[in-house]
Structure formats: C-alpha cells, structure tokens
Design a protein around this ligand. Structure first.
Ligand SMILES: C[S@@+](CC[C@H](N)C(=O)[O-])C[C@H]1O[C@@H](n2cnc3c(N)ncnc32)[C@H](O)[C@@H]1O
Length: 257
C-alpha cells in the first residue's frame, strides 16, 4: 500500500516541472477550458474570504486574489507551497499560504470561509470524504464549495496494468498512477490519482450537507480551439466536470414534499 508520504513526495518532486508547465502557458486545458468555466461559475469574489484547497504553486490562487478575494491557499506539498510563497514575495497580493493536508484543516475555525475552491485536485486527494467533511466544517452557512475534477465518465485510468477508458470501466473506485510525459514538460513526472464515480462524490456532498446546485461540463474557448487542436475532442466529449454546492444550515427537512 502506497503511503500518503510517497504521494506527497511525488508532488514535491514534480513541483519545478509543474511550475514551468503552468506558468509558461503550456497547460492549455487549464487556460482555455477549465479556468474560464470555473471562474465564471465562482462569480464575483470581491472581498470574499476564499480557501484555495490543494492550491499547488498558486496559479489560480493568484487569479482569485487579482479578482479581489482575500485568499488562503493550502497544499500538503511543502515544495509547492514554497514556490507559491516565493511568487507572493516577488509581488504581494495579500495571499497567505500554508502547508496543510486537505483532510485536516486545523487552524481554521468552523463557519469561516465564504467560498472553498478546489481546482482539479480532489481526484488526487486520497481521503476525499474526510476532505469534503472538512470543507463543510470551515464553510459558513450558505457558503459555496466549487470543485473541478477530470470527468469520471470519460477519463483514462490504469486498471490491472492496462490503460482503460472510464467509459468502459466506470464502477468501482480505483487508485492509479499518472505518467506526465508530454513533450511540453521540461521534465516528466509521475503522480497518483483516484478514480471515483459521480455517485461517490455526490453521496459525500449530500452527507456533509453540501447541496449541489450546479454542474458544468466546460467547452473550450474559441481561441483555444484555434490554437490547440487537441481541444477539439472536447467539443464531443467532456474532459472535466465542475460542481458547485452550498452549505445548508442543517435545519432543512428535504424528506417532506
Ligand atoms: C493537479 S494539482 C492542482 C494544483 C492546483 N489546484 C492548480 O490548479 O494548479 C493537485 C494538487 O493536489 C495536492 N494534493 C494532493 N493530495 C493532497 C492532500 N491530501 N492535501 C492537500 N493537497 C493535496 C498536490 O500537492 C497538488 O499540488
């Protein structure tokens, strides 16, 4: 059984290459597909207190800050947080970063944040049920949790040593390795992800009293389609899904009509 420490080490080892990938505009699925849709869904964040959960080196954390949010970014990778802090030191945006595991947001009071955002990371968090219950704890009532994950129905996973489409092998949670070896990376790296069904995610949200209000399957931008031909695939089959949920106050009774 792979330990949490070794998954974290993978991200620490990946951090330098990840920074180049993200900051040099090489992550076009982010810039031309997922970010435009996710930030549209998040909406106006001016003066909102936002937690960027599993923030990596802080690319999207900085976007939130530029949009006027008061942002705190957390990630369990010390290296990612070091690189994020270095960027904050170069240009101050009022962002606070902490090395924290998403499953234990100690230090944050309950009912604290207006919004928790988790960009393309929940699939990498092993104990996602615990993480979602922590999100529910730190959100204020009517606060929103917005997260994106690779689309559970249309991904590629490694199951029994074989690359398989999740359209063919959907049911059953599974842990699998990802080899990041695209040419545009300065150095290849490996990480670990977890395939789960939509039902798995929705069940935990429901049990944490985070009620789903919107779901988006992003489409590429016009500019992205012109510049990056692989994005054309996303015109017929989604690459990701973004889910917005709201923390209810616990007194609602949905069992009655
Ligand atoms: C695919 S990266 C995305 C990073 C960032 N959200 C972004 O959009 O650039 C996934 C991140 O999840 C972090 N991560 C994985 N498991 C975690 C955990 N249990 N607690 C906190 N962060 C975690 C990794 O360190 C990595 O930075």
């Amino acid at each position: 059984m792979q330990k949490k420490e070794s998954i974290k080490k993978e991200w620490n080892d990946a951090a330098e290459s990840w920074v180049d990938f993200v900051r040099q505009g090489k992550d076009y699925y982010r810039d031309e597909l997922n970010n435009p849709a996710t930030f549209r869904l998040i909406g106006d964040v001016r003066d909102r207190l936002v937690l960027d959960l599993a923030c990596g080196e802080g690319y999207n954390t900085r976007i939130l800050a530029r949009k006027g949010a008061k942002v705190i970014g957390v990630d369990f990778s010390e290296k990612m947080i070091e690189l994020a802090k270095r960027e904050e030191a170069k240009e101050k945006r009022g962002i606070y970063y902490h090395v924290l595991d998403a499953t234990d947001l100690k230090g944050f009071s309950s009912n604290y944040f207006d919004i928790v955002a988790c960009f393309m990371s929940l699939q990498d968090i092993e104990k996602y049920k615990r993480a979602i219950s922590e999100v529910a704890r730190v959100l204020r009532i009517w606060g929103r949790f917005v997260f994106s994950v690779p689309h559970p129905c249309f991904g590629t996973i490694i199951a029994d040593g074989e690359r398989t489409s999740t359209a063919k092998r959907y049911f059953g949670a599974i842990k699998y390795p990802i080899q990041w070896e695209m040419e545009r990376l300065v150095k290849p790296f490996r990480t670990t992800s977890f395939h789960r069904t939509l039902t798995d995610y929705f069940d935990v949200l429901y049990r944490s009293r985070l009620f789903v209000v919107r779901l988006v399957e992003p489409r590429p931008t016009r500019k992205g389609l012109q510049k990056y031909p692989p994005l054309r695939e996303v015109l017929v089959r989604p690459q990701s899904v973004i889910i917005e949920s709201v923390k209810c106050n616990g007194s609602e009774d949905f069992s009655k009509p």
